[in-house]
Design a protein around this ligand. Structure first.
Ligand SMILES: Nc1ncnc2c1ncn2[C@@H]1O[C@H](COP(=O)(O)OP(=O)(O)OP(=O)(O)O)[C@@H](O)[C@H]1O
Ligand SMILES: [Mg+2]
Length: 502
C-alpha cells in the first residue's frame, strides 16, 4: 500500500516550485520580471521618501544567456541590518501598510535573488545606505530556499564619502534578452510616460543609452500610511481590528480605526446597525459583528475615502502624455472619485484617444494598462479593464469597425487586487469593475459626441461633393433656360475637420 508523506513548505520553497505565480516563467518573461521588480523598488524607495527618483539601470551580457542587471537609485535606502531579510527572505517587506506603492507582496526582490541563484548559482550584490548614514553596507546574498532565510556570503561597511543614499543591486539572470528587449523598452518608456518627475538612465544590452529627463519637480505624495475605509471591510479584517483594539466603546473604536469616521458618523452608523455606542468592542456577539460588517458595506453616508494616500496621474498630465505619445485626433480623460474595496481606497482613471497616425486600426481597442503607475504588459485578457471593454457595445458609441481607438486605464490604490503575485493583471472585484465601467462610459459618451460630429461632417462633405460635381451643370442649364449669358459662381461649397479635444 502506498504511503502519503506530509510535510510543510517554506514560502521560498513554495515559490521556487511555483515561480510562474510571481512572474518568473519563460526565459523571456523571467528576465523582464527581474528587471521590472528591481526598478519598481527603486521608484518606491525614492517616492516614499518624497524624492524625485534618479535611477540608473544597465543590462550587460555576462556569458551565453546570462545577463547582469545593475540598478542604483537615490531613495531612502534599507537600514543595513534589514538588507539581508528585505532582499533574501520571501514575504518580508516594508510595504504591508495602507499606502500607495508599486510593491505589495514583499516578494519581488527576493524572488529575483532566488531566480538568479537557481539559474546561475551566483549571489546578488547589494549596496544600501539610509539618509544621513556615514556607512554604506555591502552584502553578497543568497537564499536558503528550504528554510526561507538569507545566506550572507559577504558583508562589509564602506565609508559614505559622497553622502549617497539609496540602494544599488547587481544581479545575474539567465534569460532570453533578444526577445525580452522590446518588452523591457516598452516598460521603461511607459514608466517614463507616467513619471515625468523622474530621471531614468538606461543602457541596454546592445550598449544603447536611453535617457528620460525629469520635466516636473512635483513628486507624488505617497508618504503617509492611512487607516482602512469602512466600506468593503470583511469579517476577518473586523475581527483582527477588534482583537487588538484598546478602545472601550464602539463609538471610539470606529473613530480610531477607520478613516473618515468622526463622532457624528460613528453614532449615526451605530444607530443604523442597532448597536449601542458604548458597547465594548470585544463583547460584540456573532450577529452584531456580521451586522456591523454588512452595515459598513450598505451605509450610504460615509464620506468618500481619503485621497491624500492616493496619487492618481490626473486628467491634465494623462492627457498631455497621451497627446505627446499617441498624437490622436481626439482625447478625453476622466479621474473618478475615490472608492474603496475591502477597506482599501482606490481611484480609477480612464482615457480614450481616437484617430491620428500612431494608433493602429484594429477590430478591438488598443489597451494600455497601468496600476500604481506600473505599466502592465502581460495577461491583458484576464484584466478587469479588458473584461469591461469586451462588454461594451461600441457601435452604440458610434465607433466604427476597425477603429483607431486606444484606451488607457490606471488604477491607483493602497492595495491593487492583482490576480497573481506577478502583478500583471487586476482581478474583477465588483467595486473596481463598476468604477471602471462608469469611467469608460463617461469617456465613451464624450467620444460619441465627437464621432457623431465627424459623421455629420463626413455626410455633409459627401453632400457638398455631390453639389460640387453637379452644381456647375445646373447653373449652366439654368442660365441657358433663363436666357441669360453670365453663369453664376458655384465654388462656394466646402467641408473640413481637424484635431479635437472633448
Ligand atoms: N531600492 C529600494 N529602496 C528602498 N527599499 C527597498 C528597495 N528595494 C527593496 N526595498 C525594501 O525591501 C522590501 C522587499 O522588497 P520586495 O520587492 O521583495 O517587496 P515589495 O516591494 O514590498 O513587494 P512586491 O513583492 O510587490 O515587489 C521592500 O518592501 C522595501 O522595504
Ligand atoms: Mg518590490
Amino acid at each position: 500500500m502506498s504511503k502519503v508523506e506530509f510535510k510543510q513548505l517554506s514560502p521560498a520553497d513554495f515559490f521556487y516550485r511555483n515561480r510562474e505565480l510571481a512572474g518568473f516563467d519563460s526565459p523571456v518573461k523571467s528576465l523582464y520580471t527581474a528587471f521590472r521588480e528591481i526598478i519598481e523598488n527603486s521608484f518606491d524607495g525614492a517616492e516614499i521618501g518624497g524624492i524625485n527618483p534618479d535611477v540608473f539601470v544597465s543590462i550587460k551580457e555576462k556569458s551565453d544567456d546570462v545577463y547582469t542587471i545593475f540598478i542604483s537609485d537615490n531613495g531612502i535606502g534599507i537600514p543595513g541590518n534589514k538588507v539581508p531579510q528585505a532582499l533574501a527572505k520571501l514575504l518580508f517587506g516594508g510595504k504591508y501598510v495602507e499606502r500607495q506603492s508599486r510593491g505589495h507582496f514583499g516578494l519581488g526582490a527576493s524572488m529575483t535573488v532566488l531566480y538568479s541563484q537557481i539559474t546561475t548559482n551566483l549571489p546578488t550584490r547589494v549596496l544600501s545606505c539610509t539618509r544621513g548614514s556615514d556607512v554604506i553596507d555591502e552584502y553578497h546574498l543568497m537564499i536558503d530556499i528550504q528554510r526561507n532565510e538569507p545566506i550572507i556570503r559577504y558583508h562589509n561597511q564602506i565609508p559614505n564619502k559622497k553622502k549617497w543614499h539609496g540602494v544599488a543591486v547587481e544581479v545575474n539572470i539567465e534569460g532570453d534578452y533578444k526577445r525580452a528587449h522590446p518588452k523591457i523598452l516598452d516598460y521603461i518608456e511607459s514608466t517614463a510616460l507616467v513619471a515625468p518627475y523622474a530621471s531614468i538612465t538606461f543602457i541596454d544590452a546592445y550598449g544603447i543609452l536611453y535617457k528620460f529627463n525629469k520635466i516636473v519637480d512635483e513628486v507624488p505624495k505617497l508618504g503617509k500610511a492611512v487607516l482602512p475605509h469602512p466600506r468593503g471591510i470583511d469579517t476577518e479584517k473586523m475581527l483582527r481590528l477588534i482583537r487588538v483594539a484598546k478602545q472601550k466603546s464602539m463609538k471610539n473604536f470606529l473613530t480610531s480605526n477607520f478613516q473618515r469616521v468622526g463622532e457624528i458618523t460613528a453614532i449615526n452608523f451605530l444607530k443604523y446597525v442597532n448597536i449601542k455606542p458604548d458597547k465594548v468592542p470585544d463583547q460584540l456577539d456573532h450577529d452584531e459583528i456580521v451586522r456591523c460588517v454588512q452595515g459598513m458595506n450598505s451605509y450610504e453616508d460615509f464620506l468618500s475615502p481619503e485621497t491624500k494616500c492616493l496619487s492618481p496621474i490626473g486628467e491634465t498630465v494623462l492627457e498631455a502624455g497621451i497627446l505627446k505619445e499617441l498624437e490622436p485626433m481626439f482625447v478625453t480623460t476622466v479621474t473618478r472619485k475615490p472608492q474603496a474595496y475591502s477597506g482599501h481606497p482606490f481611484v480609477v482613471e480612464v482615457a480614450m484617444a481616437y484617430g491620428g497616425n500612431k494608433i493602429e486600426a484594429a477590430s478591438e481597442p488598443t489597451l494600455f494598462r497601468f496600476a500604481n503607475r506600473i505599466p502592465l504588459l502581460y495577461d491583458q485578457y484576464a484584466d478587469v479593464a479588458a473584461k469591461v471593454i469586451r462588454s461594451f457595445n461600441w457601435r452604440m458609441y458610434k465607433v466604427p469597425q476597425n477603429a483607431k481607438l486606444a484606451i488607457i486605464t490606471h488604477i491607483a490604490s493602497t492595495k491593487v487586487p492583482y490576480r497573481t503575485a506577478g502583478k500583471e493583471s487586476i482581478a474583477d472585484r465588483p467595486e473596481l469593475e463598476r468604477e471602471m465601467r462608469l469611467a469608460m462610459q463617461v469617456c465613451a459618451r464624450k467620444m460619441r459626441v465627437y464621432l457623431s460630429r465627424i459623421e455629420r461632417e463626413e455626410r455633409s462633405a459627401k453632400r457638398a461633393s455631390i453639389f460640387e460635381k453637379y452644381l456647375p451643370y445646373i447653373a449652366q442649364f439654368a442660365t441657358k433656360l433663363s436666357g441669360k449669358k453670365q453663369v453664376p459662381p458655384t465654388d462656394f461649397v466646402a467641408g473640413g475637420k481637424g484635431r479635437d479635444k472633448e
